[in-house]
Design a protein around this ligand. Structure first.
Ligand code: GCO
Ligand code: MG
Length: 454
């Protein structure tokens, strides 16, 4: 690898190549070691990435953590690169393909690193690659914040709100169980609760085949072993059941609590339109992921029939996945996962695009992405003008031990403090106590045995 083009080495190079005279950034053949920013404005010494550690750990469930070290003693950044059920694919991409590209680079050139990793690999987008990039991106923003002595939200423009309105999960097999779970959320001061119910006669349905504590940990923390479970789903049963659940909840809980529901990409367009229309009287905060991510144009059908607010996006991996739904105003909330769409650098572009089209954000925030991604989401939430709501979880003790510093929750809002950077960290010794366990997401089939989206 040739020498890094920052500092004196770079200035000599520019003199020699004549590029300085043209005022152009570094453009030359040979090994790419960094972008074309001009000399350091603040008189800080040049910074270089010296090591990239990829830590795979399972404190209750699997997480992939990226720790980027620099030549400044003690200065490092931590990002989360967890992709539920495909953790080792991301860890390998990071270790084998991405880490070698980062050594010697200036960690402050966050956008340039993002562009280089996204477009520079030629093979672009996809969940594995974009999760790996997100881990790097979060670590770089963490370094930038630490170096500036500021929390990341300050670097993004400063606070626009006191905290981020948060939602929790409630589920059960009977309407009364779901009602009790929503009440527990409300008692805990949540103003917004997502409600999911089991389907009569069918074994396990997305969001319900979990422990009674599901609303607390919002994930399959106890179910990550062996081979995938198969759930059974039938659209007709689902479509008959869900409107009745919300009729029940509204009659018992009143109008004030904000209710949300996740279809998890299971329906076709006319089924989705029917559900959205039948749920209208119950005034959902939003109805999430009605259709598979491939069928963006089919959201037009749903819009034609219903005024129920729609959310979509946790399976999107690029800015361009978001463009059709946002630019046609086919959704009301864009809910990409910062950890699967390349981190803060890309998500803030999604947010700005959405701002121009009356679309708000609702970043994906389940237990299967780690605390640094949750923190990154909240830093963005409290800095942008078009924030909508933030999905959140409470972390089990083991996760807090390994990945301390997650955002905190109070009076219905999630928040980050003033610690420089993202505020999250990794305890590498503690991580070693919890080795990776192979784990899969569940899968689903119809009653006739055919494959169904889970
Ligand atoms: C949500 C999501 C999650 C996903 C999970 C898959 O809205 O919270 O749908 O529960 O199922 O992230 O790994
Ligand atoms: Mg979802």
């Amino acid at each position: 690898m040739s020498s890094h083009p920052q500092g004196p080495g770079r200035r000599n190079f520019l003199k020699m190549s004549g590029a300085a005279a043209l005022g152009s950034p570094l453009v030359a053949g040979g090994t790419d070691t960094g972008g074309g920013a001009s000399a350091r404005p603040r008189g800080l010494p040049p910074l270089k990435i010296t090591e990239v550690r990829v830590i795979v750990t399972c404190p209750g469930r699997n997480y992939v953590v990226v720790k980027i070290l620099t030549n400044e003693p003690g200065l490092y950044g931590v990002g989360d690169a967890t992709l539920n059920g495909r953790e080792l694919a991301v860890a390998t991409a990071l270790k084998e393909h991405i880490a070698p590209l980062l050594i010697g680079r200036d960690p402050e050139q966050v956008e340039d690193v993002y562009q280089y990793l996204y477009r520079g690999s030629y093979w672009r987008s996809g969940p594995v690659q974009m999760t790996a990039i997100a881990g790097v991106d979060e670590a770089l923003w963490d370094i930038k914040g630490k170096r500036a002595g500021m929390p990341v939200y300050q670097l993004l423009g400063g606070r626009t709100r006191v905290g981020a309105l948060a939602y929790t999960h409630a589920s059960g097999n009977e309407f009364s169980e779901v009602e009790d779970a929503v009440r527990r959320g409300m008692e805990r001061s949540f103003k917004c609760v997502r409600a999911q119910v089991g389907l009569p006669g069918l074994a396990g349905t997305y969001g319900t085949s979990v422990t009674k504590k599901s609303e607390e940990h919002a994930g399959r923390v106890d179910q990550q072993a062996g081979l995938p479970e198969t759930e059974i789903f039938e659209p007709s049963v689902y479509l008959r059941t869900v409107p009745k659940l919300f009729a029940h909840l509204r009659s018992k809980l009143g109008e004030e609590v904000e209710l949300l529901h996740d279809t998890h990409e299971k329906l076709g367009p006319i089924e989705g339109a029917r559900l959205a229309r039948e749920l209208e009287p119950f005034h959902l905060f939003f109805l999430e992921d009605l259709l598979r991510p491939e069928h963006k144009e089919s959201f037009r059908v749903i819009r034609q029939y219903s005024t129920t607010p729609l959310a979509m996006g946790e399976l999107f991996n690029s800015l361009w996945d978001c463009v059709p739904l946002i630019s046609e105003q086919l959704i009301d909330y864009i809910r990409c996962d910062l950890g699967h769409i390349g981190g803060i650098t890309n998500a803030r572009k999604v947010a700005s695009l959405a701002e121009a089209f009356h679309v708000k954000t609702a970043w994906h925030g389940p237990a299967d992405v780690g605390p640094p991604t949750h923190a990154a989401s909240v830093h963005l939430d409290i800095a942008i003008p078009n924030f909508g709501v933030q999905e959140m979880v409470f972390w089990p003790e083991a996760t807090q031990e390994v990945l301390p510093g997650a955002p905190t929750f109070k009076d219905g809002y999630i928040n980050v403090g003033d610690t420089p950077g993202l505020g999250t960290d990794v305890n590498e010794d503690a991580a070693k106590k919890y080795p990776y366990k192979r784990a899969y997401l569940p899968t689903a089939r119809r009653i006739d045995g055919s494959v169904q989206d889970w």
